[in-house]
Design a protein around this ligand. Structure first.
Ligand code: SHN
Ligand code: NAI
Length: 242
């Protein structure tokens, strides 16, 4: 294994992008989407920078000049996407000195991490990497997976996340039979849920079939675990996802 995969929590963390071209624009947008506080430093910003929908929100700070070492102060990570070799070398050296995570867009060898292609379906994130061998192929696989993993996965995970939280909470707080549920018993329930037909029924917008499956698997538990207490429905996946 050439790389160790992790999911970084960059929410509210300062992230620097060096270079305001097409690549800098894409990297800045992904960082902002993940909640990073993004600054881009570049003597000029290309049209593609302004065209990217996330970059036009204005929540990405732009500094119009060349990179300088102090730009890294307070940064959690830096992505360098310039067309300028000596800047890449300087950013790499500065990041190493300051102990800041660093990605050089055209030099995986001097990067601490590389970026995968991403498919996002709510809490489901599928990432594809070729370990740098062929970004174009990573993108192609991503496009294929995007067809397979539709909107229903997002709703399914919302539902699973909610039931899991409620069930674990219920086991912790309630007296009686359920309070003795072991981690093994939880796991057996969650396995049944993910192996059930719920996902397909969500894709067909068949709420009542989903309800029947949940009732069967969670037999013996109060309905509050899988129903929306306000409406009495399975919490809403009424938006068409087929
Ligand atoms: C190592 C890595 C470093 C990093 O950026 O972290 C890297 C490096 C390089 N990419 C280059 C080129 C291209 N990159 C793309 C696209 C993406 N590149 C991404 C990641 C990565 N690119 C990392 C490894 C990913 C992996 O594991 O495979 C994606 C997945 C994620 C993202 O950028 O957010 C994103 C898809 C976004 C999407 O999902 O749409 C395309 C396709 C296109 O633009 O259509 C091309 C042209 C075709 C091609 O070259 O394959 C070059 C220039 C080579 C040259 O000089 O010609 C280098 C430098 C080098 O290889 O040395
Ligand atoms: N990792 C990836 O996904 C990919 C990487 N690349 C590589 O990424 C690099 C950037 O590609 P593009 O965005 O297409 O190039 P570009 O030429 O459109 O943009 C480069 C930007 O860097 C800025 N820049 C130059 N010197 C700078 C400095 N000292 N400080 C701050 N900014 C500076 C330029 O003003 C320009 O805005 C290229 O080396 C390219 O080979 C290219 C495609 C994909």
């Amino acid at each position: 294994m050439k790389y160790y995969p992790v999911l970084l929590d960059i929410n509210m963390k300062n992230c620097l992008v060096v270079g305001g071209g097409k690549v800098g624009a894409r990297k800045a947008a992904t960082l902002a989407e993940a909640g990073g506080v993004v600054t881009v430093v570049s003597p000029d910003f290309s049209n593609s920078f302004y065209r990217h929908p996330l970059n036009s929100y204005g929540n990405i700070k732009k500094i119009e000049r060349s990179y300088q070492t102090s730009d890294l102060d307070t940064m959690f990570l830096v992505i360098c996407a310039t067309n300028h070799e000596s800047t890449n070398i300087k950013v790499t050296a500065d990041a190493n000195t300051k102990g800041i995570l660093c990605n050089i867009a055209d030099n995986p060898e001097s990067s601490h991490f590389i970026l995968p292609a991403i498919i996002n379906r709510g809490d489901l994130m599928i990432t594809v990497s070729t370990s740098g061998s062929s970004p174009a192929f990573a993108k192609k696989i991503k496009n294929e997976l995007e067809q397979k993993f539709g909107k229903e996965y997002e709703f399914f995970l919302d539902l699973m996340g909610l039931i899991r939280k409620r069930l674990l909470n219920f086991s912790k707080t309630k007296e009686g039979m359920q309070s003795e549920l072991t981690q093994k018993q939880h796991a057996a329930i969650f396995r049944k849920l993910v192996n059930s037909d719920i996902l397909n029924r969500i894709a067909e917008n068949d709420e009542s079939a989903v309800y029947t499956i949940l009732k069967e698997i969670l037999n013996g538990f109060p309905e509050e675990i899988y129903l929306n207490p306000d409406s009495g429905n399975i919490f809403s996946f009424s938006e068409d996802c087929s």
